[in-house]
Design a protein around this ligand. Structure first.
Ligand code: NCD
Ligand code: ZN
Length: 346
């Protein structure tokens, strides 16, 4: 087994960078390896206009480490008030690359999301016409729906009809966690794709309860049973260009996770590509990592692939128990343990 692996520089097609004094830490972590990232708009208030996205991009660029060419690709947060005119403005703007749909209340800072998709028809028509992708947090929000079933219910009752009603709308089902989602995306048209996180490839739901409750393994959509993890690994490593890397790295302060009502989100940006390498290595599919991490995403978004390369080495690295996050700290994935790969810096 080769101990080194060289890849075209990967990109992260689903990332939370936050804002304010936390931004310098998150941008430094992701720009270490990724060339570009699709930046989630779930700030408070949400990034719902082109002007807000442009201003957020400027704040990100201001804290970008010197010498880095990391490129933030901005998204708009779809609200009930989003107008087709704003969508047309986004389509014409070179720095806005997608619109994010949060079913209202589905996850962190999703309160301003959408409850009635039918009311967004003119927005979806404008997006389909301009080729602007709709990125979807795919979970149902009916209070009676079981948390482990929400993705499957959403795919069946909401996504399938949406894709049928808007047959040319470009869609990315974000951070998929189930066999149901894999099957749907596989059988949908070529312009329907999905991102997969490293933690959903590496862990199933038992990890949340290993020896006690582990709040740092809680994210949304929540980890699912082993058979779903296996379906995700097969999809990610199968070479299908519809599946690509999106970390969903979601930083929260340690105190907000270790709480009676802990926040959803797993932070992986400190070792994201290294975690993906572990997952691909486990099934002998390292030769498929470059397509998933570096090619399928830009091809879907109609952007050029990165032209420089990174080198990974299979060497165990300790992961710090905590990392700085502005004036506080977070607990990263594997904090206090180790990761089996390292990205070598020249
Ligand atoms: C994300 C966050 O913290 O912003 N949390 C998460 O568990 N993934 C929001 C999201 O992508 O659902
Ligand atoms: Zn996310």
């Amino acid at each position: 087994m080769a101990d080194t692996l060289t890849l075209d520089r990967p990109d992260d097609w689903h990332l939370h960078l936050r804002d304010g004094d936390r931004l310098a830490d998150t941008v430094a972590a992701s720009s270490r390896v990724f060339g570009r990232a699709i930046v989630m708009p779930n700030l408070r208030p949400p990034v719902a206009t082109v002007d807000a996205a442009v201003a957020y991009r400027e704040r990100i660029l201001q804290v970008r480490p010197s010498g880095s060419r990391f490129e933030p690709l901005m998204t708009l947060y779809l609200t009930p008030g989003t107008s087709p005119a704003e969508i047309r403005k986004a389509i014409a703007h070179p720095d806005v690359h997608a619109v994010k749909l949060y079913p209202a209340g589905a996850t962190t800072n999703a309160d301003a999301g959408v409850t009635d998709l039918a009311a967004c028809a003119d927005v979806f028509e404008a997006m389909a016409k301009g080729g602007l992708p709709l990125l979807i947090h795919g979970e149902s929000i009916a209070p009676g729906d079981d948390v482990f079933d929400r993705e499957g219910i959403f795919v069946r009752d909401t996504l399938a009809p949406l894709v049928e009603r808007f047959p040319t709308l470009r869609v990315v089902l974000e951070h998929i966690t189930t066999q149901d989602a894999v099957r749907f995306v596989e059988s949908a048209p070529a312009h329907v794709a999905a991102t997969i996180t490293a933690h959903h490839l590496l862990y199933d739901r038992n990890e949340i309860f290993r020896g006690g409750v582990r709040p740092h393994m809680y994210c949304l959509p929540v980890l699912k049973r082993a058979q779903h993890r296996e379906a995700l690994v097969a999809a990610a490593t199968g070479g299908n260009p519809k599946f690509f890397l999106g970390t969903d790295s979601a930083p929260h302060a340690q105190r907000d996770k270790e709480s009676a009502c802990g926040c959803a989100g797993v932070y992986t940006a400190h070792a994201a590509v290294e975690f993906y390498a572990e997952a691909f290595d486990e099934v002998g599919a390292l030769d498929r990592l470059e397509g998933f991490a570096s090619h399928h995403g830009p091809d879907f978004y109609g952007l050029p692939r990165n032209t420089d390369r990174i080198r990974l080495r299979r060497v165990s690295q300790p992961v710090p128990a905590t990392l700085p996050l502005g004036d506080t700290e977070l607990v990263p994935l594997r904090g206090g343990e180790s990761v089996a790969w390292v990205v070598e810096q020249d």
